[in-house]
Design a binder for this molecule. Sequence first.
Ligand code: NDP
Length: 242
Amino acid sequence: MTPMGRALVTGASRGIGRAVALELGAMGFEVLVNFRTEAAKAAQVCDAIVASGGRAVPVGFDVTDADDVARALAPYLDAPEGIDVLVCNAGVTCDGLFIGMDHEAWDRPIRTALDGFYHVARPIVRGMAKRRRGRVVVLSSVSGITGNPGQVNYSAAKAGLIGATKALARELAARNVIVNCVAPGLIDTDMSADAPRDALLAAIPMRRIGRPEEVAKVVCFLCGDAPSYLTGQVIAVDGGLT
Ligand code: NDP
């Protein structure tokens, strides 16, 4: 454990999660770098943190699998120091028009976002509430704020996370555990690689795509320097879109 404490970032093998893990490592947290399939990429993230003088451990689990999450987190949940910071970042899209959407496509983003939140956040915030300190940041999306055509499933999942964040923030405020959402707009990662970028850029006042590091800065502010009076909020990082 480092003096800053321990942070878990789900889906940290690439994209926004990777940028958050690197930044938390630089801030002095011991980072648990979660991956689902990309063990080698998670190991690279850990190596980069360690090479800069930090501490990091890859932790493999699928957030949709309750048993897998419980097995992987057990050593950390049982430790007296527990987990101080949780970033619920893992997410997937499964785009298509609603009228042609089969149930598996409907369910995947919702399972990953909402079941994933339930499986990972519940045991961790239990420890935070006991220790009377902790910070949780949840990655939502502007799709969950405004809705996005072709993403009825994903918009529902990400709006659900906003509701969950606000309710949990109220449950835990008196225990000094703060819970906030970050809602990115269009960010340059694998997830947005197939998006119709030119059409989307026209709607973004800043006329450019965001960088994962720009989202990570806001996430890490909420994990670190943000006052504990800031809870239950949704901060969009979207170039002025919303
Ligand atoms: P990427 O697709 O680049 O990365 C997603 C990450 O989530 C990967 O590390 C992936 O792991 C992991 N993941 C997916 N499913 C699971 C699972 N079941 N269990 C554990 N890990 C899982 O996405 P981004 O970095 O772009 O997105 C990060 C977050 O930000 C997501 O919640 C996304 O919805 C949100 N967001 C992104 C936007 C964008 O424009 N990029 C815009 C708005 C919100 P693996 O490699 O093993 O699949």
